[in-house]
Design a protein around this ligand. Structure first.
Ligand code: BJW
Length: 233
């Protein structure tokens, strides 16, 4: 292998799944132009109108079940298979397209759309069906306490200790398909750079934090990600 890098962290966002037919959040026809994020992506919104939040996630779950990974997901899974050293793929996405493409060293920092959890008994399990207020928890039998296993604004992202450790050790950080609007993920590039890592942005267009990256490539993920990963190996 020709790559001089020892320890790789890759961060992905909604842009990597856009060409699989999953909506992004902040593009011109993105989810946050159709829904107010305070209604559907905060604990307060869920407390106010849980039926609306279930409807929002039911529609996205159905959409995900019809989607398939694209060449960008496949390129990352291939890279992982051929990368003998430290590797962590951190995704902000709640879809399972990285897993379906074959990625395994993967962390879902904003949760998983195909999982639900019960706020009554703490049970967490896979879910591929619609849920609503009348759905009883399969573990404790109580209706009205199920919620999507996702991280909303104001909640703590998952796996932060592992991510911090990987960022502190990495010498290459690659960000793919994210607008750089949401923290703490938007701050990872600065953290990696402080540690002396080479930083790369692969996106359709320059993100909020584009000036922090040392290297940038712009275009559709299905084209630029496979090309970049081929060159890296
Ligand atoms: C393509 C493409 C193609 C399109 N090819 N590219 C300062 C510091 C720390 C925190 C804060 C802070 N200020 C405010 C906060 C709090 C808040 C926050 O960041 N708010 C901002 C609005 C300012 N953050 C939080 O509350 C987080 N928790 C937290 O901070 O806890 C405390 C803490 C502090 C410090 C350390 C540790 C913890 C939680 C955030 C939860 C975000 N949740 C959501 C919903 C998840 C469930 C769901 O999916 O419904 O996560 S919001 C939404 O945004 C979703 C995404 O994962 C996330 C990021 O979006 P992403 O992926 O970047 O998508 P887009 O649409 O924005 O961008 C897509 C990009 O793709 C674009 O650039 C396109 O150009 C590109 N693109 N087609 C290539 N074909």
């Amino acid at each position: 292998m020709a790559s001089p890098y020892q320890s790789l962290v890759i961060l992905t966002g909604a842009g990597i799944s856009a060409e699989s037919g999953l909506g992004t959040f902040r593009d011109k026809d993105g989810l946050w132009t159709q829904y107010d994020l305070r209604d559907v992506a905060t604990p307060e919104g869920f407390a106010r109108n849980p039926a609306l939040v279930h409807e929002f996630y039911n529609a996205r779950r159905r959409n995900l079940l019809e989607a398939a990974p694209n060449p960008a997901h496949a390129a990352l899974a291939d890279l992982e298979r051929q990368w003998p050293r430290d590797f962590l793929l951190v995704t902000q996405n709640v879809d399972d397209l990285h897993e379906r493409a074959g990625s395994t060293r993967l962390l879902h920092m904003h949760g998983e759309l195909l999982k639900i959890r019960c706020e009554n008994c703490g049970d967490r399990r896979e879910c591929r069906q619609d849920i609503d207020l009348a759905t009883a928890c399969p573990a404790c039998g109580t209706p009205g306490y199920l919620r999507p296993h996702v991280v909303w604004f104001g909640e703590m992202p998952l796996g932060m200790a592992q991510i911090e450790q990987a960022l502190a050790a990495c010498d290459l950080f690659i960000s793919i398909g994210t607008s750089g609007n949401v923290y703490p993920a938007a701050g990872f590039v600065a953290e990696a750079r402080r540690q002396g890592a080479h930083t790369v942005e692969l996106n359709l267009e320059p993100s909020e934090g584009h000036s922090v990256f040392a290297e940038k490539r712009y275009g559709p993920a299905s084209e630029i990600v496979p090309a970049f990963m081929r060159a890296l190996l």
